[in-house]
Write a protein that binds this ligand. Sequence first.
Ligand code: AP5
Length: 222
Amino acid sequence: LAREPLKVMISGAPASGKGTQCEMIVEKYGLVHISTGDLLRAEVSSGSEVGMKAKEYMESGRLVPDEVVTEMVIARLSQPDAKEKGWLLDGYPRSPAQAQSLEKLKIRPDVFIILDVPDEILIDRCVGRRLDPLTGKIYHLKNFPPETEDISARLITRSDDTEEKVKTRLETYKKNAEVIFSTYMDLLTKVDGNRPKEAIFEEIDSLLQRICEGKLAPVKSI
Ligand code: AP5
């Protein structure tokens, strides 16, 4: 039975755990993970034209201009693998204009997941975060320390993970959240993100299972 591919949006404040949950979702569901943060960081390190435009915004914790990000996301969503396997959009849409760009193209998810984490936890998560440039894996000095000395030696810190910049990022998130959520009102699911990552994934997993089953159910004829 052919099934419509799964389409998921995941949102949440900086360091609410989007990337961490996406790693687990992708492993189980094989969706194409489209993280605008990761795509932009790759553009910055390659020194591309997009990267040069994005750099100063990202380093100060502000949003990159809508048109730069939107073009990148639409291009990625149009690739054959995203159409075949389904997609997991992480960190987009992040402004009312971005949400409208997708609405105009009639690109809607099956579900819009919001990871809910109290502000005071977010700062600590950002400041302790480390990334493995080789595998892209996300660590935390206290919560998820690296498995080996070798990994530990190559870990890097994001330049926007200082307390001051996290506060700017959080303000921007809060300013835009309501309008974006109202665009996806009928598809929202809020998940408590202040729990062990496995418990959070369990809840997301059963949500996605139910959606997949719904897609498989035969259409009842009237
Ligand atoms: P982006 O990379 O999207 O950053 P963000 O939204 O601020 O989210 P983070 O990546 O900081 O956090 P996360 O929720 O993925 O958490 P993680 O899993 O890593 O964007 C960066 C910048 O790019 C923006 O500021 C902007 O400039 C630009 N940009 C991106 N998208 C844009 C757009 N659409 N428009 C315009 N500009 C855009 O977890 C965080 C830490 O917590 C880790 O150390 C992790 O190990 C730990 N952790 C995770 N889960 C748990 C748990 N359950 N318990 C304990 N610790 C945990």
